[in-house]
Design a protein around this ligand. Structure first.
Ligand code: ADP
Length: 271
């Protein structure tokens, strides 16, 4: 008698187990389908961004070209007032072009479409080059720039120069943008094992503690940054992070004891 009761129990447990297993398989299938659907949606979103950004770039380049012509005086002389209004127009147009390029860059990093062409390069020369293009904004903001140990001999690093230029541009632009007039920016470089480490230290507004973890996220901007600088996409660091990781390096930042932030990144030395 007791044996048959045990047998019944066992049958029941087995049936329940079979049901649970079936349910798990069904759930697994549902999750796989949902995941596939999400991938598809993500892909269409990426395509949509790429198409819109590409389509917008062409008319904006047209506006830039026309404004250039008018501003150069080839369509007749302008009054100072007309010129200064058109200059504002030109600058806004430039900002839109930069934003769109950022959107395209971020989208490409995400979908791993970027191709890297690595060449042994002296990164300090590339830094000089990027800094040179920023001379006017640095002097406009009366920033004191220093390049510590610029003349040391640093080994060449393996980089895709155009991608690395974007990293340097983003980090330097941020240091300039988020440092008040009259502030200080210090660029440092050193060898660290098989890597070269570059640091960009500013005396700027700093990054609030509770927002530190989000800084490299796409579209993220800290509240203090939004207050002092309305222009910004929150894409620059996301792009820089993606590029450095693809080079096998690391990027991070730390607050300076006397205020401001220091961004660091490492890049592999070319053998
Ligand atoms: P954007 O500068 O366009 O807002 P980024 O992706 O370059 O976007 O930077 C993301 C955010 O990180 C900025 O909005 C700002 O909050 C913070 N940040 C980056 N660099 C600095 C810096 N040097 N000093 C203070 N905050 C910074």
């Amino acid at each position: 008698m007791s044996e048959s009761v045990d047998f019944e129990k066992l049958k029941k447990v087995l049936a329940e187990q079979e049901n649970s297993a079936k349910m798990l398989i069904r759930r697994d299938l549902e999750l796989t389908r949902a995941n596939e659907k999400l991938h598809e949606l993500d892909q269409s979103k990426s395509n949509f961004i790429s198409i819109v950004a590409h389509q917008l770039r062409t008319p904006l380049s047209g506006v830039k070209w026309t404004l250039n012509m008018v501003l150069s005086g080839s369509l007749g002389q302008l009054t100072i007032e007309q010129k200064s209004f058109l200059m504002k127009c030109y600058e806004s147009n430039e900002r839109m072009i930069i934003l769109i390029n950022d959107m395209l860059g971020a989208d490409r990093i995400d979908s791993e479409k970027l191709k890297y062409h690595l060449v042994p390069t002296q990164i300090l020369d590339l830094m000089d080059n990027v800094l040179f293009e920023m001379t006017s904004v640095i002097s406009k903001k009366k920033l004191r720039m220093s390049f510590v140990n610029r003349n040391q001999s640093l080994p060449h690093v393996l980089i895709d120069t155009e991608k690395m230029r974007a990293v340097l541009q983003n980090l330097l632009e941020n240091a300039i943008k988020y440092t008040p007039v009259g502030g200080k920016i210090e660029i440092g470089s050193q060898r660290a094992g098989n890597f070269v480490e570059i640091s960009i230290k500013d005396s700027g507004i700093g990054i609030p503690d509770d927002e530190r973890k989000n800084i490299f996220n796409r579209f993220f901007r800290a509240k203090n940054a939004v207050r002092v600088e309305t222009d910004g996409s929150g894409l620059g660091l996301f792009i820089a992070h993606g590029i450095i990781e693809k080079h096998g390096g690391k990027i991070w930042f730390e607050p300076n004891p006397d205020g401001g932030t220091t961004f660091h990144f490492t890049i592999l030395i070319s053998k």
